[in-house]
Design a protein around this ligand. Structure first.
Ligand code: GLV
Ligand code: MN
Ligand code: MN
Length: 413
């Protein structure tokens, strides 16, 4: 079926959405349930409604937009991604998978396609970990991977919990643990996303089809030292929390470099110091550390190394250490049949492609636990992401949407 994709309209919507941000363009920042995020969610819901999709939201704000199929009893086929954005991000991460899904659906509607099974576009809540330190919050909850205790313990940097933010987002009522869905809710999930790495561009390929998603883990360390006047406190006997943190951050780098696996990556992405005054010895440091690998063994060994090093450094420096494993996730294996279907679509559309690993995590990591899942990657310039200069061309995006649309057609037809 020839599915018309309106790349100009899609680009206009991507540009419009990028202007709904906590920071001026070209920076995109949309932390979960911030004013900008709420406005962006309203923007997307409006597009869903214009496309005649039935919109509902669950208790944590996952948005579901359904194009009803002929067979209402058949499990729907799902697509979608996220629209929240980390601080200082660009306009394509997540957004291409949401606005691209809307364009794919509009294209299918225009082509006269009538789905047999329903097609549902999902906008997941907090794929990014910025608010609560935990990524993929919405899909984790849908997959039932979080205990009630863990949900109740979620806090943002200001100490606000999920209930506070649910109320602020108008989601009061409902139980976050009850957004869990069963394994046969969806027939499959296909997420369109920018690659966030350089491989497709380097190999001049249009499409990547994801076979595995690397295993992410993250740690939060709270280091408690003794503060004091930067002039009056002599150097011997200081218990400076920042210096312990600095040593730990170097061990994080070492743990990845010496893991024996080229795929181990480790980042100390959060390093907050209190009281944060130039003339005061830091009494407290909070570090959030992200570790990943495609192989579980090397990821877990690196994680252990960092934890052991942190304990040793804090002991030696007289610093109190509180350690929390925020998440320690397994990798995802994508569904071979879906990978095959997307490969066939690329062949038919004459688009070059490769099968590949996703080093970034996505809501697909958790959807893969409850239904057959794969992802469609498109190139992004220089492999750059999580930066304002993130870029995929309108042509690259339109190719990805064309593959998604044809895939939805085959799987829901
Ligand atoms: C997702 O944004 C990730 O950090 O991989
Ligand atoms: Mn991201
Ligand atoms: Mn993303």
């Amino acid at each position: 079926m020839k599915i018309p994709i309106d790349g100009v309209r899609l680009q206009k919507e991507i540009d419009e959405l990028s202007l709904i941000s906590e920071q001026p363009a070209p920076v995109v920042t949309r932390v979960l349930f911030s004013d900008a995020d709420l406005k962006a969610r309203a923007y997307v819901k409006n597009l869903f409604q214009q496309a005649n999709l039935a919109v509902r939201e669950d208790a944590v704000g996952n948005i579901f937009a359904r194009w009803e199929g002929r067979d209402k009893s058949a499990p729907p086929l799902a697509t979608g991604s996220h629209i929240d954005a980390i601080p200082n991000a660009g306009k394509y991460d997540g957004v291409v998978g949401v606005l691209g899904a809307i364009e794919a659906i509009r294209g299918l509607q225009k082509a006269g396609f009538v789905p047999q099974r329903s097609i549902e576009c999902i906008v997941f809540t907090a794929e990014e970990p910025t608010r609560f330190g935990l990524g993929c919050l919405g899909s984790r909850l849908m997959a039932g991977t979080l205990s009630a205790e863990k949900i109740a313990g979620l806090r943002d940097g200001d100490g606000h919990d999920l209930e506070f933010w649910r109320k602020r987002a108008g989601l009061a009522g409902g139980d976050p643990a009850a957004v869990r869905i069963t394994e046969n809710t969806y027939a499959g999930f296909v997420e369109l996303h920018i690659e966030q790495g350089p491989i497709l561009e380097q190999r001049n390929l249009a499409i990547g089809i994801v076979e595995r998603i690397a295993a992410p883990a993250s740690l939060r360390l709270q280091l408690t030292g003794v503060g004091g006047h930067a002039g009056g406190t002599l150097m011997p006997g200081r218990r400076d929390a920042l210096l312990a943190g600095a040593e730990i951050a170097l061990e994080v780098e070492k743990a990845a470099l010496n893991s024996g696996s080229a795929d181990t990556v480790a980042t100390t992405g959060v390093f907050r110091v209190e009281p944060g005054a130039v003339n005061s010895v830091p009494c407290r440091a909070i570090l959030e550390i992200d570790l990943r690998d495609t192989q579980l063994a090397s990821r877990d060994a690196a994680l252990k190394k960092v934890e052991t090093a942190a304990a040793e450094i804090c002991q030696r420096r007289g610093i109190g250490l509180q350690r929390e494993r925020i998440n320690v996730d397994a990798p995802a294996i994508c569904d071979a049949t879906l990978v095959q279907v997307v490969s066939g679509v690329c062949q038919e559309l004459g688009l070059s492609f490769t099968k590949m690993i996703s080093r970034a995590y996505h809501d697909s990591l958790f959807m893969a636990r409850i239904c057959p899942t794969t992802m469609i990657f498109i190139p992004c310039r220089g492999g750059i992401s999580h930066r304002p200069d993130e870029y995929s061309s309108p042509r690259q995006i339109a190719d990805g949407v064309a593959v998604l649309a044809e895939t939805l057609c085959r799987l829901a037809g």
